[in-house]
Design a protein around this ligand. Structure first.
Ligand code: PLP
Length: 338
């Protein structure tokens, strides 16, 4: 067993026994191999270094109450990575290969899957990169698909903490017909400066409005926008430049299970002050309540700074209960590592 203090684990990189790596050349993927070093050697002219041919994903593996080890909806991440690959002219990783990669790399690092009861999980980070040399602007001729795993701490050790969000009107993340709906490093590079500025001002998250008009909500830098309307409906954003979040999709399905209406639609900025709860949702946190949104001199107050609203708390707990095997999994979202 590895010697890890699960109580102090955060959300940070830590090397494990291995990652798995597949290589694509001449139109086909090889059979993949487990690699013990956490470094990579590639051409100085690799396509990912020069023209940003890089896609990634993020998902979690849970050790459940009965000891089973499961990945949460990995087929969804496989599909999203395939869409990203098509958009950035890289060879898509077939779903079967993606799932096989999870099985192999998690099995090889099984002692790094945190014990049930610690609140910790194993984070899985798939990465697809153009590694073939490419100096003229064009897709590379060779690619690597890597999947690394690392144990990750319980994000909400002391209970869910609501946060403040900020909107900057001088920084956009994704162009209207750009790449906001796929998961490439470039989207995050585009938001890093605003992210650092927000952190420096004491805001853990930034909220982006649509870049064409700055009148509609898009999403947070690393998570989707969700809200509860006065009518009780679960509201989330429909936009061409938002990343389709697996967590958001799951929360929508859980909301319907609970008998609540789900609205996936345009959310005007002006509507922000109407919501009873607002949250940022994604794999790492499930949902972070947002109690205040600041834009220039304007401050929109939504909920309590001390506690998550009841509806988002319920959705958070329901999802975690399924993920950790404390409740039935009626939709078949948890896939056991074989
Ligand atoms: C921009 C962005 N939106 C939304 C999400 C949430 O997606 P998911 O729930 O699939 O983790 C993420 C995180 O992956 C993200 O980076």
């Amino acid at each position: 067993m590895v010697d890890i203090d699960w109580s102090t684990l955060g959300f940070a990189y830590s090397p494990t026994r291995s990652h798995i790596r597949y290589h694509w050349k001449d139109g086909a993927w090889d059979g993949g191999r487990l690699v013990n070093e956490d470094t990579i050697t590639m051409s100085v002219a690799a396509g990912c270094l020069h023209y940003g041919q890089e896609a990634f994903e993020g998902l979690k593996v849970f050790r459940q109450k009965d000891g089973r080890v499961v990945a949460f909806r990995p087929d969804r991440n496989a599909e999203r990575m395939q869409r990203t690959a098509v958009r950035t002219v890289m060879p898509p990783v077939p779903t079967e290969m993606f799932l096989e990669a999870i099985d192999r790399v998690v099995r090889d690092n099984i002692d790094y899957v945190p014990p049930y009861g610690t609140g910790c999980t194993m984070y899985v980070r798939p990465l697809l990169i153009g590694t073939g040399p490419q100096i003229g602007v064009a897709p590379a001729h060779e690619y690597d698909f890597l999947m690394m795993v690392m144990p990750m701490g319980d994000y909400y050790k002391g209970g869910i903490k609501p946060v403040r969000a900020i909107i900057f009107d001088d920084c956009d993340r994704a162009a209207p017909f750009g790449t906001g709906d796929i998961k490439i490093g470039g989207n995050y590079a585009a938001s890093l400066l605003a992210h650092e500025k927000a952190h420096g001002m004491g805001f853990p998250v930034e909220l982006y409005l649509d870049s064409a008009t700055h009148t509609k909500v898009d999403e947070f830098a690393t998570s989707n926008f969700v809200a509860i309307a006065k009518s009780g409906a679960y509201v989330t954003v429909k936009s061409r430049s938002v990343l389709p979040s697996v967590t958001n999709l799951s929360l929508q399905e859980l909301s319907r299970d609970l008998g609540h209406a789900v609205e996936v639609r345009t959310v005007p900025y002006e509507e922000l002050r109407e919501f009873t709860e607002v949250g940022a949702c994604g794999t790492a946190v499930v949902v972070t309540p947002v109690y205040e949104i600041v834009r220039g001199d304007e401050v929109i107050r939504i909920g309590s700074p001390d506690a998550c609203g009841p509806r988002l708390q319920e959705l958070h707990d329901r999802l975690q209960d399924i993920q950790f095997g404390r409740a039935p999994d009626p939709h078949g979202w948890c896939r056991e590592i074989k």
